[in-house]
Design a protein around this ligand. Structure first.
Ligand SMILES: [Fe+2]
Length: 194
């Protein structure tokens, strides 16, 4: 289930002591409202067709074509593709560490979770918004927003990615190790985000 946990930026988590969130919700309307107040887009899309396990990119785009076209038009995203991560991916550990470092992009980061789950943490002002995205969730992180992403030790997701440049994923890293103080995907699954 999708969940938003809002922490103060200075929250400190130790192995034995979880950071205490200011707000936790798994209500999609509350998640959408709290994120919208901070400029982050969040939607849940109903599947118009059932997708087979391991559906390919054309099946996925067909199933969600109306929503995909709307998002492309609204944001001027010329390109959309699908990325799938599996627990067997040979580069899973290094990719996980790259995405776990706080960074920004010069363009919006827009992801729709077709399958599986992932954890976006958004560092906005003096808050960190830890957002557990599940199948059916779209998140739009505006250009310049500090954030990191955890796909976990055993990644399992398929996501649509929307781009408005042709260079793909390009990040500017802040060098701040802030992600180490906040829950991982595994910790969120264990209830530290509640
Ligand atoms: Fe990113």
């Amino acid at each position: 289930m999708s969940r938003l946990s809002i922490f103060p930026e200075g929250a400190k988590q130790t192995d034995s002591d979880a950071a205490v969130p200011l707000l936790v919700s798994d209500d999609p309307a509350v998640i959408q409202g709290e994120l919208a107040r901070r400029g982050i887009g969040f939607e849940r899309w109903p599947a118009t067709q059932r997708l087979a396990d391991g559906a390919d990119q054309s099946d996925i785009l067909l199933a969600y074509q109306a929503d995909v076209r709307r998002i492309q038009t609204e944001g001027g995203y010329a390109t959309v593709d699908a990325i799938r991560m599996t627990p067997e991916h040979p580069d899973r550990a290094s990719l996980r560490q790259t995405f776990l470092s706080e960074h920004t992009h010069a363009e919006d980061e827009v992801r729709f979770f077709v399958e599986g789950r992932g954890l976006f943490s958004l560092h906005i002002g003096d808050e960190v918004l830890v957002t557990l995205c599940e199948q059916g969730d779209l998140i739009r992180v505006p250009a310049g927003t500090r954030h990191w992403f955890d796909m976990g030790n055993s990644p399992a997701f398929c996501a649509l990615r929307f781009f408005n440049n042709s260079e793909g994923w390009v990040a500017q890293f802040s060098g701040d190790p802030i992600a180490e103080r906040f829950p991982t995907l595994q910790a969120c699954s264990r209830a530290q985000c509640r």
